[in-house]
Design a protein around this ligand. Structure first.
Ligand SMILES: C[S@@+](CC[C@H](N)C(=O)[O-])C[C@H]1O[C@@H](n2cnc3c(N)ncnc32)[C@H](O)[C@@H]1O
Length: 370
């Protein structure tokens, strides 16, 4: 098991990251890792999720609408047992909250005790795919939706729940998730682009690298990116409807049209979430939330594009060898009027072996490490 100490890699004292690609007061040069697909949850991450009110209030309202009189399973209940307690408050007959992180499960049990629902809510420590439940489930609540809709393993985990636990006609909260893809321009050539890590996030990177056993090009999110930064139309891929049979692997062929004369460096990857029929769709590229758009770098120097150029690509996902989390891949071609087509690819395995594989990652991790 190798560890990777980011503190040893910080920029020389006195050097300031060059701030690039400003749009109003937003900046693209701060990057944070996509954390949800690794077992690195701590109090700070749970608090960030709770503070995401469109998410938290939307779930609470949906649970209130659907849980009354039901037997409920809350997968990944977290340290606050939020949806398990909300289900009990809503009049659920019986609730099972399953949580894989032992400390979070212990705290969840305390939270249920404090709320006075220990008679109706049972916290089970373990992976939902390993535990047994004594009765069929009418309503499965979970929030294991990633920065790419399926990146936290929702397809495999909720398919298993459907097969192993659900009563016929059982319902799911959320109902559906998807991933979105659109092209972006980071505005300055990468030789001048000095990405930097948000100071708070170095510890999560270290934990992820420790969990995987090596440093690698983990998916990075750019909190400054928003839908208005797109220089192309947007495509929806990896649609997952949780009450249906979900294939673990998939490939979506899509086409984007460039909408502005700019320089394409990569893609903004977002997440769409439908909690239930009533709640408004959550779009990680259109609103500030606990889901941050992922940046998929495909060209260090940038590819000049003109309005009307087309990007034709395959977006594919397949289960990684941990049996839960998908690996993602995009490959395609930018077809430019009057110029040669440019091929591109983006490989984003859940726990890859490539480290510092392009200019984006080399600017985040300036040296190879120990
Ligand atoms: C994004 S957090 C959500 C926490 C809380 N339910 C909420 O919505 O605020 C996901 C939680 O699910 C847990 N988890 C993920 N997959 C799981 C599984 N298959 N079985 C049990 N717990 C799981 C994680 O450890 C984490 O605590």
């Amino acid at each position: 098991m190798s560890s990777y100490r980011l503190a040893e890699l910080s920029l020389p004292e006195g050097s300031t990251p060059v701030r690039v690609a400003a749009t109003d007061d937003r900046w693209f040069d701060i990057a944070v890792p996509s954390v949800g697909e690794y077992p690195v949850y701590d109090d700070m991450l749970y608090q960030i999720m709770i503070a995401d009110t469109p998410r938290t209030d939307g779930y609470r309202r949906a649970v209130r609408r659907h849980a009354r009189g039901k037997t409920v399973l809350d997968i990944g209940t977290g340290q606050d047992a939020l949806w398990a307690i909300a289900s009990a408050e809503a009049g659920a007959r019986k609730v099972y909250g399953v949580e894989t992180i032992p400390e979070s499960a212990r705290l969840a049990r305390d939270a249920v005790d404090r709320a006075g629902y220990s008679d109706r809510v049972t916290i089970v420590e373990g992976l939902s795919t390993d535990v047994e439940l004594p009765e069929p489930i009418d309503l499965c609540v979970s929030e294991i939706i990633g920065t790419l809709g399926g990146s936290e393993g929702a397809a495999s985990v909720l398919s298993a729940a459907r097969r192993d636990f659900m009563a016929p006609g059982g319902a799911f909260i959320p109902q559906w998730s998807a991933t979105t893809v659109g092209a972006v321009d980071l505005s300055v050539p990468v030789p001048d682009l000095q990405m930097c890590l948000d100071g708070d996030t170095a510890k999560y990177l270290e934990k992820i690298f420790e969990h995987v056993g090596r440093p690698f090009d983990v998916r990075m999110c750019l909190p400054g990116l928003r839908i208005e930064d797109l220089i192309s139309t947007r495509a929806t891929v990896e649609e997952l409807t949780f009450a249906d049979e979900i294939p673990m692997d998939g490939k979506d062929q899509r086409e984007l049209v460039i909408t502005r004369d700019r320089t394409l460096h990569g893609f903004m990857i977002g997440m769409l979430l439908r909690i239930d029929d009533v709640e408004p769709l959550i779009d990680s590229t259109a609103q500030a939330s606990s889901w941050i758009p992922v940046y998929a770098p495909v060209s260090d120097e940038g590819i000049p594009v003109r309005e009307g150029d087309r990007i034709v690509f395959d977006f594919s996902w397949s289960l990684s060898d941990d049996g839960v989390h998908p690996d993602y891949r995009m490959e395609g071609e930018i077809r430019r009027a009057g110029q040669s087509a440019v091929a591109f690819e983006w490989d984003s395995p859940h726990h890859g072996t490539v480290f510092r594989g392009n200019g984006f990652y080399r600017s985040l991790f300036p040296v190879e490490g120990p």
